[in-house]
Write a protein that binds this ligand. Structure first.
Ligand code: SAM
Length: 267
């Protein structure tokens, strides 16, 4: 499964939904409460997981503009998500043309699993573009570099360190912020005068969550191979041991994420 494939996004969606920080989500819903209709723009929407997470909980008519650069993912966005919910899917390369995504009216910008992929420059552009319109931003599920595997294996730390180095390579937006994205985002929004609420939104995989653990750890092995540390042989043996633990129903995994809501001050 590739990083943004529909299969991978489908596999992770229930875990993302469970991980979303409840206090941050409540603050998002509070922000939208009391309006008869709301307009939302979801950046890097994939197949629409944020739409599916939020729309049933918003008690108002909704107009969603879902933006991504991948037409195959956009083709999977459902145009009818329920009564009073209007959805438009728009293809935009957010690195080249962030402003095209903002060419509309909005009460809230949303995104999920995006900010760790972007560069510091792009994040500043996002903060400035949002602030120019006084739009609040809800950014969920930003990877923050924490990973805990149990039972522990002597090679875990080197693999996680390689993954975190790989996270900083270019993912299409310039050198990625990776594990520092959440803190950088908080600071970028505070610099443009926003108040930021944030909280942890960790993935927690139980021993029975075999498929997602296998996918995550295979992805980590690929990342470590690209970084070149540990050696290919050490990586292969590590993956074999970890897969053995998963198959035996003995493996648990926690992966650190942060959710945030950034609001223009005075809102
Ligand atoms: C990790 S996925 C998250 C998708 C979705 N937000 C979710 O949580 O399921 C990252 C998304 O960013 C999109 N993406 C990557 N580069 C992009 C770009 N330059 N412009 C627009 N979208 C981009 C991918 O197509 C993918 O849908």
């Amino acid at each position: 499964m590739s990083g943004f494939s529909a299969q991978w996004l489908e596999l992770r969606e229930p875990y993302d939904l469970r991980a979303r920080n409840a206090a941050v989500l409540d603050a998002v819903l509070d922000r939208l409460a009391g309006q008869p209709s709301v307009a939302l723009v979801d950046l890097a929407c994939g197949t629409g997981s944020t739409l599916r997470a939020l729309s049933p909980r918003i008690g108002a008519r909704q107009t969603w503009r879902l933006v991504d650069n991948d037409p195959t993912l956009l083709a999977r966005v459902s145009p009818s998500s329920g009564p009073g919910i209007h959805v438009t899917a728009v293809q935009v390369d957010l690195h080249r043309d962030l402003e095209a995504a903002f060419d509309t009216a909005a009460d809230l910008i949303t995104t999920s699993a995006l900010l760790d992929l972007v560069s510091r420059d792009w994040l500043n552009r996002l903060a400035i573009a949002a602030a120019a319109r006084r739009w609040p931003v809800y950014a969920a599920l930003t990877y923050d570099g924490r990973a805990e595997l149990a039972p522990a294996d002597p090679t875990d730390r080197r693999i996680i360190s390689a993954v975190n180095r790989h996270q900083r390579t270019d993912k299409g937006f310039g050198p990625a912020l990776g594990p520092s994205a959440a803190q950088t985002a908080i600071e970028a929004f505070e610099r443009v005068g926003y108040t930021v609420s944030h909280g942890l939104a960790d993935w927690e995989f139980a021993p029975t969550d075999r498929e997602i653990q296998t996918e995550v750890l295979s992805g980590w092995a690929d990342a470590a191979r690209e970084i070149g540390d540990p050696t290919p042989r050490e990586i292969a043996h590590w993956l074999e041991r970890r897969r053995g633990l998963i198959a035996a129903g003995r493996s648990t995994l926690r992966v650190g994420h942060v959710d945030l809501l950034a609001r223009p001050s005075g809102m």
